[in-house]
Design a binder for this molecule. Structure first.
Ligand code: SF4
Length: 347
């Protein structure tokens, strides 16, 4: 078998095999980020990537090229590695986009991995996002490399002399500094003219501090021990689902603000109304009642917040990692989360 492989690779069939590989670069679908839109563009009818023999394919075992489309997170790094391992030899990797190159706009993100630390990479295509032309040029470069055995330099960069006395710009280093003062101060709006909202607010005042913040939006602040009774009362009024659960970390005041955005699908007048039911909890012991038994749609939203902030939603049956990979450090969205030194997630 080994002899046969040698013969195919290096014997008289070698050039034919090389030619075949060159014109049959079939990228596996592995869309991870917004660069994927440019990839789709490159293979749609306008640019028609198939003209140069590249044809996107759905099954890893029948492909020989991975185009990493932008950002790779710790969780996706595993998928990338598994996909690469499933592919037969010879196989190649092209990374497109600034995110895959050095993090791009997520350069100090807690969860970003460089694809080159996960799989061997043939070519990087810079840009955010790179154009379809750039992607096709990357594939052409790979074809040239397959042909000649070596990569060609597609661009030359000339040295730029720095102005005398000027120091090169140094990028800020991670971890981020957490400021005690908020950098965004929200201007208080004038009273909103919304008659139905005012009537609703009057009814909600029995539950907590209700304020109209914008047309169709009401903020309802309650003490943590009154959260569930407030949610029950909202349910009695006709609100029937939680659209979103958010946690806001306020480390300098030692608290988390937890908010449930509640609306209605069943009562016509309430459909456009969004009530922000919120409360504050201690950062040291972040515990709050789950509302998942009252509004089932809160369930998975609470799981996310538990994952990202470590807030314990008492009563939510689920505990553990929901969105993040098991080896992701705990509570990455807390403001005092320290970035780790860059390292690959494992073999
Ligand atoms: S490089 Fe730009 S377009 Fe591509 S994944 Fe990153 S942010 Fe999105």
């Amino acid at each position: 078998m080994e002899e046969f492989t040698k013969f195919v690779r290096g014997g008289i069939l070698g050039p034919i095999k090389k030619w075949g590989t060159k014109w049959s670069l079939w990228p596996v679908h592995l869309v991870t980020a917004c660069c994927g839109a440019e990839l789709a563009h490159a293979f749609a009818c306008g640019y028609d990537g198939e003209r140069i023999g590249a044809l996107n394919y759905g099954i890893a075992r029948q492909t020989n090229l991975i185009i990493v489309e932008g950002a790779i997170t710790r969780k996706m790094a595993r998928v990338l590695r598994i996909t690469w391992e499933q592919m037969p030899d010879p196989k190649f990797v092209i990374v497109m986009g600034a995110c895959g190159l050095n993090g791009g706009i997520f350069w100090n993100g807690y969860n970003l991995v460089k694809p080159s630390e996960v799989v061997p990479v043939e070519f990087f295509i810079p840009g955010c996002p790179p154009t379809p032309e750039a992607l096709l040029r990357g594939i052409r470069q790979l074809q040239i490399k397959l042909d000649k055995g070596v990569a060609e330099n597609s661009l030359t960069f000339s040295e730029i002399a720095l102005e005398k006395g000027k120091k090169p710009k140094v990028l800020p280093v991670s971890p981020k500094v957490v400021s005690n003062a908020p950098s965004i101060v929200v201007a208080v709006k004038k009273a909103v003219d919304w008659e139905f909202g005012k009537q609703l607010c009057d009814r909600l005042k029995a539950i907590g501090r209700a304020v109209i913040t914008a047309k169709n939006r009401i903020a309802l602040k309650v003490e943590v021990e009154n959260l569930r009774s407030a949610a029950m009362k909202l349910k009695d009024l006709g609100f029937d689902h939680v659209k979103s659960v958010n946690v806001i970390d306020v480390p300098n005041e030692g608290k988390f603000i937890v908010e449930f955005l509640i609306s209605s699908y069943s009562v016509k007048e309430l459909m456009p109304v969004l009530v922000n039911l919120y409360t504050e909890i201690s950062r040291k012991e972040p515990k709050i009642s789950s509302l998942s038994d009252i509004f089932p749609s809160a369930d998975y939203l609470e799981r996310e917040m538990q994952d990202f902030f470590g807030v314990n939603f008492v009563g939510n049956p689920w505990k553990g990692k929901f969105i993040l990979a098991p080896d992701t450090p705990e509570f990455p969205l807390r403001k005092d989360f320290k970035l780790e030194a860059e390292s690959y997630v494992g073999d």
